[in-house]
Write a protein that binds this ligand. Sequence first.
Ligand code: XUL
Ligand code: CO
Ligand code: CO
Length: 435
Amino acid sequence: MTDSYFSDIAPIAYEGETSDNPLAFRHYDPDQIVMGKRMEDQLRFAVAYWHSFAWEGGDPFGGPTFERPWHPQDDMERARIKADAAFEMFDILGLPFFCWHDADIRPEGATFAESLRNFEAIIDYFGEKMESRRIGLLWGTANMFSHRRWMAGAATNPDPDVFAWSAATVKTCMDATHRLDGQNYVLWGGREGYETLLNTDMGRELDHMGRFLNMVVDYKHKIGFQGAILVEPKPQEPSKHQYDYDAATCIGFLRKYGLENEVKLNLEQGHAILAGHSFEHEIAVATAEGMFGSIDMNRNDYQSGWDTDQFPNNVPEVALAYYHILKAGGFTTGGTNFDAKLRRQSLDAEDLIAAHVGAMDVCARGLKAAAAMIEDGRLETAQRERYAGWDTSAAQAMLDSDFDSIFARVLSGDVISTPRSGRQERLENIVNRFV
Ligand code: XUL
Ligand code: CO
Ligand code: CO
């Protein structure tokens, strides 16, 4: 590429809350210490290659609206131009990570072998670019939902040849993730579900998916990949019913197939909403089970009812998410991946930068608010007090007893329950002091 895509945009700096500069951070100060760590190390931001560089602005009613120098995305030269633009944006934003699907970064070949050659050439190109920069790979993943071969699923496909193709594809994506020192490997089962039970053997499909994920874990150990394996729940879209409905469903699945100590969760804000949950609910389910891994940060439109993947812009919502993440000790291998895309009328290079700047600032504000709520301690104290009855030895002994002894105690009149306020509004008022 002769001219750079983001040519006139300077690297984004932290200028503080009084800044009027639309392309400056007002809250994201990477070096500010929040709960003992640099903000950059708490948030661990990542750019999603698919939304920012592979999506062309189409929707179900119309084709591409964006005209980028790397369109159409069907040859290797343009794949390199796209990579040049991506790394230019990483430099401008100064964030620490990015994420990709194989199909985002390379043109599809006529055969598996040709697609792989294309993919490996771009992974080499990424490797060269990453040598001279701080940017790392938060996670890699395989796109096993766009091409028509995956229309009936990947690991859950009724055709064993598609299962084979899926296994070979994930192997190559895990190899590439390992090679680029990725922190995690993600599996989102975009078509692992069904449209109608009339043609679907659900028990068999779930067994195949369980076996597949066990092979992923075996392969991780075989190649010595140190990162975490993460699955990403989503209840529907594109499949009518998706097997990985939400965090609780995934955890049940992982336990059934003996994977609870090997696989964690990548939770997405918009997917939580689609499942009828809040984002913090999903995070709390995962942290309670020790299976929290990483987040896909975005926001859903609350009226439309589909996965709109907008950039986050709701500080109170984001603050509660980070509150639960910080309470559980913060990220380890995971981070905050912006699984978010521009609206299709946002045509300019500057829109891409502004979207990320705004999102990073919203997350920084949310993180600071979450840390302040924890440091303040009133929410934590109120919760502890609510369960204080359980701190007595009698209450603990009850957990080791049985129904007959408990019944005898209740019958003797020793047990007097006095209902107490849950104080929800008072707690919500406390939250509102910080967000
Ligand atoms: C789709 C989605 C994916 C996964 C990675 O809704 O969230 O982009 O994050 O495959
Ligand atoms: Co999504
Ligand atoms: Co996602």
